[in-house]
Design a protein around this ligand. Structure first.
Ligand code: ADE
Ligand code: ZN
Length: 335
């Protein structure tokens, strides 16, 4: 039995496996510029975030109908359940779909159909986080929030993703204030490729509760002290950092140093179809590369529930944390 855990940093479009991409392409008569799944997989060699994003957005062309989004999400939840995920907070990128003519309602209602069935079908509770693409304009983000209004009961939080450098959090001050006024919670990618100052901006200007990635906070001792003091969770994605060349080898990932510094770290998969593993695989990889002991792994699993938006179901949070505390590592592959 795998260690129970929550996944807090997962782009649903980043779970599109080549096999499903080709099946959806055939169903929707979309021509992909790859002969087969093997050729597509061979394209998964990235120099940086931008080179990944180009392929990630291009492949989304196969996602057209509500059924497609429901199928994508259900396929992820099936894989996640097998790796011990008991709670998942799932990002989606509405503008990547509306920009190519797919209505936001198709995206949200399709995903929601799979998420609504998730607890019963997979034992995974879920939340949905709507991300704004930071390389598009602030006006486009505001229009997206407006368009999502009929579906807000489906959405727990807003997030900020896509190409970071040159697109600081401050660009999205107004839309985050508007989202907060609507009762949405707030997270943002910051300090992935961008500087530590973007992490500060996300906290001070956007008022986020969690930082996605946040790796580069380690360049700023005062910021680290603040993140520790305020118990701001960081949703780290070590395999993503490796594949996007934020780090050269997994052995040099700062996760263990960050935990030693007292930061509230979680381990997540980001875009598992592209980066070589789902969240259980990621636990396994960091365990091997960083030599994390059982208590460190247990701490990471506990943190994932502590940092989750389960505030409206404290009973479930307590139950899942108790499962982590009682977990018996006396098995060979606990991830
Ligand atoms: N969108 C999908 N994955 C992302 C990442 N790692 N960083 C920024 N935007 C993303
Ligand atoms: Zn991400």
């Amino acid at each position: 039995m795998p260690l129970p855990k929550a996944e807090l940093h997962l782009h649903i479009e980043g779970t599109l496996e080549p096999e499903l991409a080709f099946a959806l392409a055939a169903r929707n008569s979309v021509l992909l510029p790859y002969r087969d799944t093997e050729e597509l997989r061979r394209a998964y060699l990235f120099d940086d975030l931008r080179s990944f994003l180009d392929l990630y957005y291009a492949l989304m062309a196969v996602l057209v109908t509500e059924d497609d989004f429901a199928e994508l999400a259900d396929a992820y939840l099936t894989r996640a359940a097998a790796q011990g995920v008991r709670h998942a907070e799932i990002f989606f990128d509405p503008q990547a779909h509306t920009e190519r003519g797919v209505p936001i309602g198709t995206v949200i209602e399709g995903l929601a159909r799979a998420l609504d069935a998730s607890e019963e079908r997979h034992g995974i509770s879920t939340r949905l986080i709507m991300c704004f693409l930071r390389d598009l304009s602030a006006e486009s983000a505001m229009e997206t929030l407006e368009a999502a209004k009929p579906h807000l009961h489906r959405i727990t939080a807003v997030g900020l993703d896509s190409a970071e450098v040159g697109n600081p959090p401050s660009k999205f001050r107004e839309v985050y204030a508007a989202a907060g006024a609507l009762g949405l919670r707030k997270v943002a990618h910051a300090g992935e490729e961008g500087p530590a100052s973007y992490v500060r901006e996300a906290l001070d200007i956007l008022g986020v509760e969690r930082i996605d990635h946040g790796l580069r906070c380690m360049e700023d001792g005062e910021l680290v002290a603040r993140l520790v003091r305020e118990r701001v969770p960081l949703t780290l994605c070590p395999l993503s950092n490796l594949r996007l060349r934020v780090i050269a080898t997994l052995e040099e990932h700062p996760l263990a140093r960050m935990m030693d510094a007292g930061l509230l770290c979680t381990v997540n998969s980001d875009d598992p179809a592209y980066f070589g593993g789902y969240v259980g695989d990621t636990f396994h990889a960091v365990r091997e590369a960083l030599g994390l002991g059982e208590e460190r792994l247990r701490e990471l699993a506990r943190n994932s529930f502590t940092a989750s938006f389960l505030d409206d179901d404290e009973e479930r949070r307590a139950k899942l944390i108790a499962e982590v505390d009682a977990y018996d590592f006396g098995v060979r592959r606990p991830e």
